[in-house]
Design a protein around this ligand. Structure first.
Ligand code: NDP
Length: 285
C-alpha cells in the first residue's frame, strides 16, 4: 500500500498519521472541526481533501480512528462513502468502538469485497508519537500480513486476537480493567496523602509488591500533582467501560458497573480532562 487515507486526526490519529508520513507513505486527510492537524500534515506533504468519499475513492488503504461508535457509523457507513470506495482498497478500523459496530462495518464492506481489519490500539498519546502502540487485531491473517508494514509504521506490538470484533472486545476488557485500576490508584494516593507517606517510597514499594499496577506506576505522579491535562479524555474512558458493561455477563460485573457510575457522575465536570480526573472524588483539593 502506498496511498493512505487517514480519518480522525485527534490526540491519537494526528501523531499516528505523522509516523506514516515519516515512513514515506502518501497521506490523504480531511479537516473536521479543528484545522490545526491538517495544516501541519499538509505542510509536511499530506494532501487535503474536501470529502471523505473523495479520500475513499483515491486511496488503497483507509485508516480510521474516531471517538465512538456514533462517528464510526456516520463516517464509515455513509452511503456516499460506500459508493465511492476504491474496490481494491483495505480498511483498518482503529477506534475503540463496540464489537457490534465493528461487525456492522465489516458486513457492509464485505458486500463491496473490501477487506476490513479491526485494530484498536493501546499505548496512549506517547505510544502514538513514538510509534510504539499495541494493536489488537481482529480479522483475516492474510489481510494482516498485507497491511503489516503500515501498522509497523505506527506500532511495536501487533497481536492477532481473533476475527473482526475480537480486537474491539479485548480493547473493551482492557479498558474496563484500566478504569477500575485508575479509580483504585487515586484511592491509594488519597490514602497515602492522608497518612503522610512518601510518594516515591509508595511507588517503589507497591511497585514491587502484590498491589502493583501499570496505572499506579504511570499515573501516580499526575494524581499527586493534580495534573489532569489530557491525554486520554475521561468521556472516552466512560464510553469504553460502557462498552464492556453493555456486553454483560450471566452473573454481574459489580465493579465495572460501579466504576461506570463514577465516570458518568464526573463526565459533566471533567469529561474533556484526562481520565485520571476521576480521582478528584477521592483526592483532597
Ligand atoms: P480525539 O477526540 O482527540 O480525536 C478524535 C478525532 O476524530 C478528532 O480529530 C476529530 O476531529 C475527529 N472526528 C470526529 N468526528 C469526525 C468526523 N465525522 N469526520 C472526520 N473526523 C472526525 O480522540 P482520541 O484521538 O483520543 O481517540 C480516538 C479513539 O482512540 C477513541 O476511540 C479512543 O477511545 C481511542 N484511544 C485513545 C487513546 C488516548 O490516549 N487518547 C488511547 C487509545 C485509544 P475534530 O477534533 O476536528 O472534531
Amino acid at each position: 500500500f502506498k496511498r493512505i487515507g487517514f480519518i480522525g486526526l485527534g490526540a491519537m490519529g494526528f501523531p499516528m498519521a505523522k509516523n506514516l508520513l515519516k515512513n514515506d507513505y502518501e497521506l490523504h486527510v480531511i479537516a473536521h472541526r479543528n484545522r490545526e492537524p491538517v495544516d501541519e500534515l499538509t505542510a509536511q506533504g499530506a494532501t487535503e481533501h474536501k470529502s471523505v468519499a473523495d479520500i475513499f475513492s483515491q486511496c488503497d488503504c483507509i485508516i480510521s480512528i474516531l471517538p465512538t461508535d456514533k462517528e464510526m457509523e456516520s463516517v464509515l457507513l455513509n452511503q456516499q462513502v460506500l459508493d465511492a470506495i476504491n474496490p481494491d482498497s483495505v480498511l483498518i478500523e482503529m477506534t475503540s468502538g463496540s464489537p457490534e459496530m465493528m461487525k456492522k462495518v465489516h458486513d457492509a464492506y464485505q458486500l463491496k469485497g473490501i477487506p476490513v481489519l479491526d485494530g484498536p490500539v493501546s499505548g496512549g498519546t506517547i505510544g502514538a508519537e513514538n510509534g510504539t502502540l499495541t494493536v489488537m487485531v481482529g480479522g483475516d491473517p492474510d489481510v494482516l500480513e498485507r497491511t503489516r508494514p503500515v501498522l509497523e509504521a505506527m506500532a511495536k506490538n501487533i497481536y492477532l486476537v481473533g476475527s473482526v470484533g475480537a480486537g474491539k472486545a479485548i480493547k473493551a476488557i482492557n479498558q474496563m480493567l484500566a478504569g477500575i485500576h485508575m479509580v483504585a490508584s487515586a484511592e491509594a494516593v488519597a490514602l497515602a496523602e492522608k497518612l503522610e507517606i512518601d510518594m516515591d517510597k509508595l511507588k517503589e514499594v507497591v511497585g514491587n509488591s502484590s498491589g502493583a499496577s501499570w496505572m499506579l506506576a504511570n499515573k501516580m505522579d499526575g494524581l499527586v500533582k493534580r495534573d489532569f491535562t489530557p491525554g486520554f479524555k475521561l468521556n472516552l474512558m466512560k464510553k469504553d467501560i460502557q462498552i464492556a458493561v453493555n456486553e454483560g455477563v450471566d452473573k454481574q460485573l459489580p465493579l465495572a458497573n460501579y466504576v461506570l457510575e463514577l465516570f458518568k457522575q464526573s463526565e459533566k465536570e471533567s469529561g474533556e480532562e484526562d481520565f485520571s480526573a476521576i480521582g478528584k472524588s477521592s483526592l483532597s483539593t
